[in-house]
Write a protein that binds this ligand. Structure first.
Ligand SMILES: Cc1ncc(COP(=O)(O)O)c(C=O)c1O
Length: 413
């Protein structure tokens, strides 16, 4: 594909250059149609049994995006009191929030308990704490399924080498603690990791969790976690995660469980990336080009403080080059390293990437930045966080978060 942004008319009635001039760079730009489309798709993963897709808001907590998730009928997962507060601000009812923290204080647990928000405990120690705070209450437990998957060691969250969840060997202790504090274990959840393009590891983990679920009586829900991938190599025509195929293969596994268990509890999933990643691009301006020891570099204002995924996980984001508002054709490619403006040698966005020639004042448009993009931004090097703009269904641009100012940087000092 020559250009994704052109193919989907990402910028609606405007273009990247106009947006960059109007709002400055770096700039996160979201497309409402794409966001809604992906949110709708995940809400259809299970249709035969009661099911909710819980958007995992850590991927992106902008409350305008949370409002879209609300309108698309998604429930949400929150990892912290802060994320619960974002969901409250976006209008989420408490019974549409599932709190899945790890290693939290009594105060943070109490925030959820006081609002009757279903909470999952990630260790026996946290379950005990919860029991003391909410005797006779109802909660869930996060199981470590013993298997994990993901695009990088740092995003594998299931399996023997990770900090998450309660091991199968410790399940009897869950029952003992529940008895001591008269807790009802209403649900179990897991999350094996992030970004797989084939459903096999997930399906294996579903079967495994359903086997474990039979040890729990009267479950109200079973949550299989998130992790569905998106094609980060779309310019090379990488295929989408095949939701239809996944759905077809998942259904018989659920059928068998429901037959054995006697009824269908509410099934849940926790997709983050799938809902929001493809619905955003990140625009940055090129302020320098140079050759260092035979290697070409294009220096932009997209530092690792704005998008940390490439430095943190060696993640790939496709890059389109935009000149005077038009995408430069992908021909006569040469290897250029696109980098940011942070004082770190790891501040690289695209390493030795075949791209059309890049000139000063071009715009670099990184694709698929909606998940773990803005939500992982920092002020490193005392750089204010960027603005976020939404291209609405009608194709209009609307600011959904202002750029931070230098006063913001000083506010708490
Ligand atoms: C517990 C939990 N649920 C859901 C997710 C969402 O994962 P993804 O964005 O890959 O779908 C994560 C991400 O790490 C997670 O830790």
């Amino acid at each position: 594909m020559n250009s994704f942004v052109e193919k989907v008319n990402f910028f609606g009635n405007t273009n990247a250059e106009e947006l960059a001039k109007k709002y400055g760079t770096p700039l996160y730009v979201y497309n409402e149609n794409i966001l809604r489309d992906r949110m709708h798709k995940v809400s259809q993963v299970i249709t035969k049994y009661p099911y909710t897709a819980n958007y995992s808001v850590k991927a992106n907590t902008n409350i305008h995006i949370l409002k879209l998730a609300h309108e698309e009928g998604l429930n949400c997962d929150a990892m912290s009191e802060g994320e619960i507060r974002m969901l409250e601000a976006a209008g989420f009812e408490y019974d549409r929030i599932f709190f899945v923290p790890n290693n939290v204080s009594d105060e943070e647990m109490k925030y959820a308990i006081d609002r009757n928000i279903m909470t999952s405990l990630d260790s026996l120690a946290q379950l005990r704490r919860y029991g003391k705070l909410n005797k006779g209450g109802k909660c869930a437990v996060r199981i470590n399924p013993g298997v994990g998957a993901g695009h990088h060691e740092k995003v594998v969250t299931g399996g023997k080498k990770t900090k998450f969840g309660i091991s199968e060997e410790d399940i009897d202790e869950i029952f003992e603690i529940a008895k001591e504090y008269n807790l009802t274990i209403a649900g179990i959840n897991q999350h094996i990791g992030s970004l797989f393009m084939k459903p096999d590891p997930y399906l294996e983990a579903v079967s495994n969790l359903l086997r474990i679920a039979k040890r729990f009586k009267n479950l109200e829900f079973i949550d299989f976690g998130g992790g569905y991938g998106i094609p980060y190599h779309k310019l090379d025509d990488e295929a989408e995660y095949d939701i239809e195929d996944f759905k077809k293969r998942l259904e018989p596994i659920l059928d068998e469980f429901v037959k054995d268990y006697g009824y269908a509890p509410l099934f849940k999933s926790e997709p983050g990336r799938f809902c929001v990643a493809e619905g955003s691009v990140l625009l940055g301006r090129v302020y320098a080009t140079k050759t260092n020891a035979g290697k070409e570099y294009a220096g932009t204002d997209i530092g690792m403080n704005v998008l940390v995924r490439p430095s943190m996980y060696d993640s790939w984001h496709d890059a389109e080059i935009i000149r005077d508002g038009k995408v430069v054709k992908r021909e006569n490619l040469k290897e250029i390293t696109i980098c940011g403006n942070i004082c770190e040698s790891g501040d690289l966005l695209c390493k030795e990437r075949p791209v059309p020639d890049i000139k000063e004042e071009d715009i670099v448009c990184l694709l698929d930045t909606g998940a773990y993009g803005y939500s992982m931004c920092s002020n490193y090097n005392s750089r204010p966080r960027p603005a976020e703009v939404l291209i609405t269904k009608a194709g209009e641009d609307k600011v959904i978060r202002k750029r931070e100012t230098y006063e913001d940087l000083l506010r708490h000092m």
